[in-house]
Write a protein that binds this ligand. Structure first.
Ligand code: FAD
Length: 373
């Protein structure tokens, strides 16, 4: 019997969601005249629930590193028909349907899902090889506990959340947040930025707006000299929390838009470039992304329905539609700012939804697969 190989590139929130969803809802419904198999190519054996990472960095006694790195093997132990290749895709040849992997293997695909997410300047936010990830987190815990000054670059949600967590958990340390724009959280309303500024201020965070880091140099004294235009300061710990870029450098350039995102139809998540028949993309690497987990939550059903239809199942196309545009930014453990469809909601809702536990229950739900039942 011939085998149809579905390859998923990237084993974190998007890629694993697609794998669970296909195994639960699509593969069992396909005709038994063919064999269907899924291969996930990803360097990490553990998933990375990034949402809780800012608290883990500042307060590992509240949420431990292991809680945000759940085992992928355990999450998929109840299925058959899926295997993992632990390496990075380095090149794709669409004419032969072949992927070269960093560990020297090459893997053939009949259907391909690209879910390789974003790459950040700091590996604290990247899903890298497991040992390196655990080592990095234990190093940052030690560095922060010894430091007197901590400087964080990046005025988006990640930088704001991290600065707040560090300041709340280490009130005697000097925490500085450099933002590259006129206010923190520039993607949110001015009112939300004002509230965020106020809340960060009450935790003791020094905010310096319109400061983009231009250089960072280790000094002989073990500190890092940070330069941002006219600003120059030595800091004990520097953390880059500026935004990521799509992890797409290994893909054919004809599959990417001018900003490096994989071009997809934003309703079906099918690839729209040349030789992209049976190629799909989900999450932060794809051109429809809003940079949030909602892209995956609302996108997985659309992508799975595209694959089901393309494999011959008579199903109605489910279209991706972002349920509502919003952002919840936790500022310490007591609340934060919440923009929903252009409205600012009270800090209490942020506490309820996020700040009290940084949604850590979601790690098990998303990675374990219950979310996709
Ligand atoms: C600190 C932080 C906090 C966040 N908080 C929130 C939040 O509160 N709410 C929210 O909605 N969103 C939040 N986000 C965004 C959210 O985490 C992302 O939108 C989500 O992780 C995107 O999932 P993904 O699967 O597309 O990409 P990723 O999670 O980036 O996963 C990509 C996967 O691909 C793998 N990979 C990379 N290159 C290759 C390659 N060449 N070959 C094979 N595999 C590869 C990686 O190792 C990884 O496993 C946060 C992000 C960060 C960094």
């Amino acid at each position: 019997m011939s085998t149809h190989e579905i390859v998923i590139l990237g084993g974190n929130l998007g890629g694993l969601a697609v794998a669970h969803y296909l195994l639960k809802h699509v593969v069992p419904a396909l005709p038994k005249s063919r064999h269907y198999h899924i291969t996930v190519i990803t360097p990490n054996k553990k998933a990375f629930f990034k949402i809780a990472a800012p608290r883990v960095i500042a307060a590992p006694s509240k949420i431990s590193t292991s809680q945000i790195l759940p085992s992928i093997d355990t999450a998929f132990s109840s299925y058959t028909g899926i295997d993992f290749v632990h390496g990075r895709a380095t090149r794709i040849d669409p004419s032969t349907g072949t992927i070269e992997v960093s560990i020297g293997e090459s893997v053939k695909y009949d259907s391909l899902v690209i879910a390789t997410g974003s790459k950040y300047a700091s590996d604290l936010w990247n899903s890298i090889e497991d040992d390196a990830m655990e080592k990095l987190y234990s190093e940052v815990h030690e560095q922060i506990s010894k430091a007197q000054t901590i400087l964080i670059a990046g005025g988006g949600a990640v930088g704001v959340e991290l600065a707040a967590e560090v300041a709340e958990n280490f009130p005697s340390k000097k925490v500085t947040l450099l933002t590259g724009s006129a206010r923190p959280l520039p993607r949110l309303s001015e009112k939300s930025s004002r509230r965020a500024t106020q809340q960060l201020g009450s935790l003791g965070v020094r905010i310096m707006n319109n400061h983009r880091v231009t250089s960072q140099k280790k000094t002989g004294a073990g500190t890092t000299k940070i330069t941002a235009g006219e600003f120059e300061e030595d800091t004990d710990v520097f953390i880059d929390a500026t935004g990521g870029k799509p992890n797409s450098g290994f893909l054919p350039s004809s599959w990417l838009n001018e900003n490096g995102y994989v071009t997809v139809n934003k309703e079906t998540l099918r690839g729209t470039g040349p030789e992209m028949e049976n190629v799909y993309a989900i999450g932060e690497v794809a051109s429809y992304t809003t940079g949030s987990i909602l892209d995956i939550q609302d996108g997985v059903k659309a992508l799975a329905s595209s694959i089901a239809i393309d494999l011959g199942l008579k199903r109605k196309q489910v279209s991706y539609k972002l349920f509502v545009k919003g952002q919840v930014v936790s500022i310490g453990s007591r609340g934060g700012v919440f923009n929903l469809g252009g409205w600012s909601l009270p800090s209490f809702f942020v506490w309820l939804l996020k700040s009290r536990d940084m949604m850590i229950g979601g790690a098990e739900k998303y990675i374990g697969g219950a979310k996709w039942d």
